[in-house]
Design a binder for this molecule. Structure first.
Ligand code: FES
Length: 105
């Protein structure tokens, strides 16, 4: 288990234990993190799991694949550290990561 802090859009911080192998979206939905809707169930086709990865962890979560890039390009709220939560797998390297939930569009 690794420790991940989600910051909801109203600033509420949610510190959760995340199981290695799950996606960030799955961890968020299992812990009722507000703002992670996951409409498509993790198929990389809705972007309702849009998050921002804080600090150096952005480099640790790996590169987005083309499909994810395409989805993020549609988002008005895209930032340099944007990712889709369903496309990031929890690994031991992510212990202590902060994930900010993007504003809903
Ligand atoms: S859950 Fe739909 S794109 Fe991530």
């Amino acid at each position: 288990m690794v420790n991940i802090t989600f910051v909801e859009t109203d600033g509420t911080e949610r510190n959760v234990e995340a199981e290695v192998g799950l996606s960030i979206m799955e961890v968020a939905t299992r812990n009722n993190v507000a703002g992670i809707i996951a409409e498509c169930g993790g198929q990389c086709s809705c972007a309702t799991c849009h998050v921002y990865i804080e600090g150096a962890f952005f480099d640790k979560v790996g590169e987005p694949v083309d499909d994810e890039e395409d989805m993020l390009d549609f988002s008005e709220n895209r930032k340099e550290n944007s990712r889709l939560g369903c496309q990031i797998e929890v690994t031991d390297d992510l212990d202590g990561m902060t994930v900010r939930v993007a504003e809903e569009e």
